[in-house]
Design a protein around this ligand. Structure first.
Ligand code: DX5
Ligand code: ZN
Length: 218
């Protein structure tokens, strides 16, 4: 699979309904929802309230990326607001294995994200249970940062392990992706591509999304 998950973080929050209806005219199936608590990351974004209010307006797959400390405390909230995938940071909890089981017990897909400095080897006892691994290609907290090239190696390693062990997780990449640099992430093995500022700050959102899907078809 190769899909785009536009990150709502870079959208104008006054215009969300309009942006969602534009996305409806494209091939996009996922929307990436960045939740920040001002503690795990030095920024505050939005929480389950906003996500819940979007849910009636779209059938897009809600790909919720929790950049919050102690995510285990808030799982029910992110289940109840309509998330389809719930991804937390390995660095943010002491019991990642049990949190994966908890997310799955609600019938939701479970993902784990790694900061740029974290090792994919630390996921070795978790990978068989994961639906998704999110490789951060910037330090989490803000849109519009520069892609960190060293993360391509992490993506490649995760692809190798996935192939060797026949695991099911989707490899997602997040941060600094543009239509002009997405090819290197795809070549390394990324399957679900998050793009925030490049999509929502584009002159024409629909054209930009189509540009990605043209690249995906090559
Ligand atoms: C960063 C977030 C990203 C962000 C990506 O902490 O996790 O999802 O919105 O934005 P761009 O694509 O602008 O780097
Ligand atoms: Zn994100």
């Amino acid at each position: 699979m190769l899909e785009l998950a536009p990150s709502l973080l870079s959208a104008n929050f006054y215009n969300l309904k309009e942006d969602l209806s534009k996305l409806k005219k494209t091939d996009v199936k996922y929307i990436h929802l960045d939740v920040m608590d001002g503690n795990f990351v030095p920024n505050i974004s939005f929480g389950p309230g906003l996500i819940k209010s979007l849910r009636p307006y779209t059938d897009l797959i809600f790909d919720t990326h929790l950049m919050i400390e102690n995510p285990e405390k808030y799982v029910e909230d992110f289940v109840n607001c309509g998330s389809d995938i719930i991804t937390f940071h390995l660095e943010a909890t002491k019991h990642p294995h049990s949190l994966v089981q908890k997310i799955k017990s609600y019938g939701k897909k479970a993902g784990i994200s790694l900061n740029p400095s974290s090792l994919e080897q630390d996921l070795v006892y978790l990978l068989e249970d994961l639906d998704l691994v999110l490789v951060m290609s910037v330090n989490p907290g803000f849109g519009g940062q520069k892609f960190i090239d060293s993360q391509l190696n992490k993506i490649e390693n995760l692809r190798k392990i996935k192939e060797e062990k026949n695991y099911n997780y989707i490899i997602e990449v997040d941060g600094g992706i543009k239509s002009t640099n997405v090819t290197k992430a795809i070549e390394s093995g990324a399957e679900l591509i998050v793009s925030g500022s490049d999509v929502f700050k584009a002159e024409d959102l629909i054209d930009r999304v189509n540009e990605y899907y043209d690249i995906f078809k090559r």
